[in-house]
Ligand binder design. Structure first.
Ligand code: OFO
Length: 162
């Protein structure tokens, strides 16, 4: 396997696992504030991020590369409001999209067609990830501090599958 791609993909495993850790931390904070539905949504998201990390992990092995796991940074523990947490999730997803686009650029530069093809799934996935987080963040910031609507959104997000 191309070494530059292998190193970059190992870094991406770490970024995906950090995303999982970040969303689990948000879930724990939301749970502590009794927003059970939003906590459920974030926990499901944390699970998705583990799957993203596993996709890179499996691809590296399929290509005869070597997976090397590094330490995962500690995420924050507190947010000022559910809106702030979802806004941060949205910003984080934009950062992850930029990383994925950087990997696509590298795969093209290295003429690694299997890697380019593999990354296309992530390019589409990031469009959804950004859209979901931004939609929830916008709804929450529009309603401000009104408890009723916040709990309605909480109930809606509690229905997320997975
Ligand atoms: Fe893995 O998509 Fe979010 O971070």
């Amino acid at each position: 396997m191309n070494k530059k791609i292998e190193n970059a993909f190992n870094k991406q495993i770490n970024a995906e696992l950090y995303s999982s850790y970040l969303y689990l931390a948000m879930s724990a904070w939301l749970e502590s504030k009794n927003f059970k539905g939003m906590a459920h949504w974030m926990r499901a998201q944390a699970g998705e991020e583990q799957n993203h990390a596993r996709k890179f992990y499996d691809f590296i092995h399929d290509r005869g590369g070597r997976v090397k796991l590094a330490a995962i940074d500690a995420p924050p523990t507190d947010w000022t409001s559910p809106a702030a947490a979802f806004k941060e999730a949205y910003k984080h997803e934009c950062k992850i999209s930029a990383m994925i686009h950087g990997l696509v650029d590298l795969a093209v530069k290295e003429k690694d067609h299997p890697a380019s093809n593999f990354l296309q799934w992530f390019v589409s996935e990031q469009v959804e990830e950004e859209a979901h987080a931004s939609e929830i963040a916008e709804k929450l910031s529009l309603i401000g501090d009104s408890r009723g609507p916040i709990f309605m959104i909480d109930a809606e997000l509690g229905k997320r599958g997975g």
